[in-house]
Design a protein. Structure first.
Length: 308
């Protein structure tokens, strides 16, 4: 009789412990997701963060958003903090994971999966969802080349610390090798936070030092906010001979294209689509299943005045 009671008690205890842990895990049985970025002030980054928060809430997960306002060193420190807090998953948004290698490995050792949304992918992470940055660069660059008749003088505004913008800029470099009649006036890095204002100021200076008609034919910007700032400066200066292209398809850029500003084209990224991919992969991992891939793409499309 005693033996039977002991066995029954042990079984009940096992069931109770399993119920407390289970698939949900975390404090109070609720999963916690740490969303981390140095670029929350960016329109598109903020869009992804808000989408992740909403989808997580729909799943019953708690979220903690960490923004370090452009400071990558601080982001590494804060990632150490969330690892120590035993978060259930980390999502890096618009972040170069190469600058967080040791933190990503530490998270892996602690069985905390790390995901990326419009970031890069390195060993130790589960996956990253983004657009095919090389294809987007090819799409917008070839449109720009065609618009200027494969000849002219090009200003490049970029931000190489961002893995997506870096990939786009490297692809542009490759494409320019086959365009001998397009010369590079300058390549400048636009600082973040404040990319619109910073790009506008940089373009104002470039216009002052390149006053002659034809001294600048076009501005290739690695993302829309830099393109918006450059277009604002060109329009304010009354320069009708310079066009601008961007990438992202944010609402302000699309409105400027519609109105016939110097900004003539962009590539629309599906940022909500990226976050939906990430959330799906998080759920698979929480259910003990493998992710569907390490680098997953959301589709993108060219936007011009014809279809804006």
């Amino acid at each position: 009789m005693k033996k039977g009671i002991l066995i029954l008690t042990a079984l009940l205890l096992t069931v109770a412990l399993t119920a407390c842990g289970g698939k949900s895990g975390g404090k109070d049985g609720v999963k916690s997701i740490s969303i981390m970025t140095p670029y929350l002030s960016s329109v598109t980054t903020n869009e992804m963060v808000e989408s992740l928060k909403k989808q997580a809430a729909d799943k019953g997960w708690k979220t903690n958003v960490v923004d370090t306002k452009g400071d990558m060193g601080q982001l590494a420190s804060r990632m150490e903090d969330v690892i120590s807090s035993k978060t259930n998953a980390i999502v890096l948004v618009s972040t170069d994971p190469n600058q967080l290698k040791s933190q990503i490995q530490r998270a892996k050792e602690k069985n905390i999966p790390v995901f990326g949304s419009d970031s890069g992918y390195i060993d130790g992470m589960v996956m990253n969802a983004t657009s095919d940055n090389k294809e987007m660069s090819k799409l917008i660059s070839e449109h720009l080349f065609k618009t200027i008749g494969d000849q002219g003088k090009l200003v490049i505004l970029t931000h190489r610390p961002h893995p997506g913008v870096l990939a786009r800029t490297v692809q542009l470099d490759e494409l320019l090798k086959d365009k001998p009649n397009i010369s590079k006036v300058t390549e400048q890095q636009v600082e973040v936070p404040g990319p619109i204002e910073n790009a506008r100021k940089q373009m104002e200076s470039l216009l002052l030092s390149n006053k002659a008609e034809g001294s600048i034919t076009a501005v290739w910007a690695g993302w829309d906010e830099a393109a918006i700032g450059a277009a604002q400066a060109i329009e304010a200066a009354g320069r009708k001979d310079i066009i601008v292209t961007g990438i992202d398809g944010n609402s302000q850029a699309v409105e400027m294209i519609k109105k016939g500003s110097p900004l003539v084209a962009t590539v629309k990224q599906n940022f909500t689509g990226m976050t939906e991919i990430v959330v799906k992969q998080i759920e698979l991992v929480f259910d003990g299943k493998p992710a569907e891939g390490t680098e997953l793409y959301a589709p993108a499309s060219l936007i011009t005045k014809d279809n804006a």
